[in-house]
Design a protein around this ligand. Structure first.
Ligand SMILES: C[S@@+](CC[C@H](N)C(=O)[O-])C[C@H]1O[C@@H](n2cnc3c(N)ncnc32)[C@H](O)[C@@H]1O
Length: 303
């Protein structure tokens, strides 16, 4: 579906074709009729001329689902922050450690809001490695991510669903029949919101949406977030945020105090709010890595 040839210099956006046709994926699961469209069909609202965070992230993680505008944005980000790929991998690693820890601690239900394009290992693979039978609801509002849902779910159809939902409309999300068919809100839930909050302005009230989601979950539930940091590697983070903005992707960095405010009354579990790479690391974090941290990671518990 995407252009796979990332080699050679990239032309300016004005010289780009209006976009590539998106081929529907093979029919494996009974998902919405959007998947039965004929060859050459493009889902609505897919703007391939503008960079999109899901596809830029996919490119930076070494994936294959991106368009020229996404690669141009990623190149710009890499010029601003030569370690941006490491930062993306650290985010996935943080997520892996957090999900594994929560599953090993007894959590059996996961809601992953802002899923992104399929990445291995997926959340259900991670959760089930520690807790066989763990159930996972994936949520994203991007049509390209939606079009990959069946790839994402293909090895875990039982106990996983994908919901076309928006973090900024949590009340609607919580009423979604597919979500409710899998998640029992009487039992603890792990809500994952990673790689998303720094793309939301304060006007989009992220703290309120997090609270709405967690208010619906019982005590013992956990929230896992990452957030771009304004007060870790300050120059690197500022350069990264400026490059995002240059690609028309808003980016709001937050200080530690502001990230803690996003948690409301939830209680961070050890080691608390730290740079992503320093949250229960598998091995000692080197000074070089520590000095390049541009995002916080935290897991917080509802008491
Ligand atoms: C950078 S990716 C992060 C993927 C994954 N959570 C991770 O941390 O590796 C951000 C994802 O959030 C999705 N997203 C952005 N705004 C959203 C919203 N308001 N509601 C749901 N998903 C959103 C994007 O489509 C994209 O797939």
């Amino acid at each position: 579906m995407a252009e796979h040839d990332g080699s050679g210099p990239l032309p300016p956006p004005s010289a780009l074709p209006s976009g590539s046709p998106v081929s529907p994926l093979p029919s494996l699961l009974p998902l919405p009729s959007v998947f039965d469209a004929p060859p050459g069909w493009r889902p609505p609202a897919v703007d391939t001329d503008s960079a999109h965070i899901a596809r830029v992230y996919d490119y930076l993680l070494g994936g294959k689902d991106h368009f020229r505008a996404d690669r141009q944005a990623a190149e710009l980000l890499q010029r601003a922050n030569p370690q941006i790929r490491d930062a993306c991998r650290q985010q996935r690693d943080f997520l892996r450690r957090a999900v594994t820890h929560l599953a090993a601690s007894g959590l059996r239900q996961f809601i992953d809001v802002g899923t992104g394009l399929p990445t291995t290992p997926s959340i259900h693979q991670l959760a089930r490695a520690a807790a066989p039978g763990a159930r996972v609801v994936y949520v994203d509002n991007d049509p390209i991510v939606l079009s990959h849902a069946r790839v994402l779910l293909s090895d875990g159809a039982e106990g996983t669903v994908f919901v076309d939902g928006d973090f900024r409309a949590p009340e609607i999300l919580l009423q979604d029949p597919a979500l409710r068919s899998l998640i029992n809100l009487e039992e603890p839930v792990a809500v994952l919101v990673t790689g998303l909050l720094h793309f939301l302005s304060d006007h989009e009230t992220p703290a309120h949406h997090l609270k709405t989601l967690m208010d619906a979950c019982p005590p013992g539930s956990h929230l896992v977030i990452t957030a771009g940091a304004a007060d870790l590697s300050v120059d690197l983070a500022r350069a990264t945020a400026a490059a995002y903005r240059q690609c028309a992707i808003p980016c709001r960095l937050r200080e530690a105090r502001e990230v803690l405010e996003l948690l409301g009354e939830l209680e961070p579990i050890a080691p608390g709010l730290v740079a992503m790479a320093e949250w229960r690391p598998d091995a000692a974090v080197t000074r070089a890595v520590r000095e390049r941290q541009i995002a916080y990671g935290v897991v917080a518990r509802k008491g």
